[in-house]
Write a protein that binds this ligand. Structure first.
Ligand code: HEM
Length: 377
């Protein structure tokens, strides 16, 4: 029996095991989906989707089978919508299966970015809408980022209950910055290997909303990557904004249950920015500040800079892909615009500025130009 990890009662799925599963015997038909899309053959896509629907229901499926089944149905959902067809109107019995798979996995009743990238097998079994190497690349880099994000969330769990005066605090922040560094690497690969017009014109149409059970669900794109969990612990629980909170509330239902489960506690807890700023406020000068606290401050600044590096590259790329001359859409698949990305980048940067101000006051205690950060927390 494989060992099972549990966080606050939520089982952590094993991505490698899910990637290996093919509970609907859909390997062959998933491989043919890009051809059907290229021909805009709605009839073939509809028949293929109806053909892999589990006729006896999913009660005999394990939870991991259910996740893999949602992944495979998902490719056909986005494809039908790309050709202007609401999937649940086209295939009898589909809606019930999607609702049941959502219920069994405690997720939304459609595929998410976790299904499309983290749980997508590589090589000949790769599930794609277009079959283009650029799509393969996007799935691959997002898969790596999501794997690193799972590790980052585990680090955040320990960081959220740690104190800047403890030796582990800067060590945890450094580990966190390393894991988040993979996002920056991902965007560098995206910028090098994926033409913004390929994303904007060819791929983006597959990430449109669909209707299931009378509600609307967004397609499985990068905006669902729950990086906001890291933001909450680092700065956003008490230095966010209404827009950021709204974005987070919209995106949260698409995150895996064992990641989402941390939200209530992390939304209420003081952020690392507040904890470090409050601790620093107890010392009049940098010379009298304990080394561990100085290390915590340095590691926190480095972590914030890593988030800014990713967001800077991501914004530059998104601007190109959503430029009216290139892309077909004004908003991202999550409904947010490039302006939202600018807002989140500015907020992350603003936290570095506030924090740097709080540090420079220690270096020069007479220069009290900024409100101490801890005061707003
Ligand atoms: C193919 C290129 C990409 C484009 C054009 C793009 C575009 C966008 C847009 C327009 C948004 C705004 C929200 C929305 O869609 O409603 C967004 C959000 C987001 N995307 Fe991407 N994205 C891309 C790739 C990626 C990749 C590869 C990752 C992660 C590895 C990623 C991670 C995120 C995250 C975490 C957000 C939430 C906002 C934030 O935390 O800054 N994106 N993206």
């Amino acid at each position: 029996m494989p060992s099972v990890q549990v966080v606050h009662g939520e089982v952590i799925c094993d991505p490698a095991r899910i990637r290996a599963l093919d509970p609907l015997s859909a390997d062959g038909v998933c491989l043919r989906l890009p051809e059907m899309n290229a021909r805009k053959d709605v009839g073939a896509i509809t028949r293929a989707l109806a053909g892999i629907l589990p006729s006896g229901g999913v009660s005999a499926f394990s939870e991991e089978d259910c996740v893999a089944a949602m992944r495979d149905l998902g490719g056909f959902l986005g494809s039908l919508k790309r050709h202007a067809v609401q999937p649940v109107d086209a295939v009898p019995g589909l809606e019930e299966v999607l609702v049941e798979l959502g219920r069994r996995t405690r997720m939304v009743p459609r595929d998410t970015v976790h299904h499309y990238s983290e749980f997508n097998p590589s090589g000949p079994r790769r599930r794609m809408y277009t079959g283009d190497p650029q799509e393969d690349c996007l799935i691959g880099v997002t898969q790596v980022s999501l794997t690193q994000l799972s590790g980052a969330v585990e680090v955040c769990r320990r960081l959220s209950v740690s104190d800047p005066g403890q030796a582990e605090f800067p060590v945890l922040l450094t580990e966190l910055a390393e894991k988040i560094g993979s996002f920056d690497v991902a965007m560098r690969d995206v910028a090098r290997k994926i033409d913004p017009s390929f994303f904007g014109r060819e791929l983006r149409p597959y990430f449109e909303d669909i209707q299931v059970g009378g509600a609307t669900y967004a397609g499985p794109a990068g905006s669902q990557v729950p990086l906001f969990l890291v933001d909450l612990v680092v700065w956003a629980s008490d230095h966010g904004s209404e827009e950021f909170d709204e974005f987070r509330r919209d995106a949260a239902p698409y995150a895996l249950p064992h990641l989402r489960v941390h939200l209530p506690a992390w939304e209420r807890a003081p952020s690392a920015v507040t904890k470090v700023s409050r601790a620093l406020a107890g010392y009049r000068s940098i010379e009298t500040t304990p080394t561990v606290l100085r290390d915590s401050a340095g590691a926190l600044a480095a972590t914030l800079r890593t988030l800014v590096l990713f967001r800077g590259k991501h914004l530059t790329y998104a601007r190109k892909a959503y430029n009216g001359a290139v892309g077909l859409y004004e908003a991202g698949s999550g409904g947010g615009t490039v302006d939202l990305l600018r807002e989140i980048l500015d907020l992350t940067r603003h936290n570095i500025d506030l924090f740097a101000g709080s540090l420079s006051e220690r270096e020069n205690p007479r220069k009290q130009t900024r409100r101490p950060l801890g005061a707003s927390g």
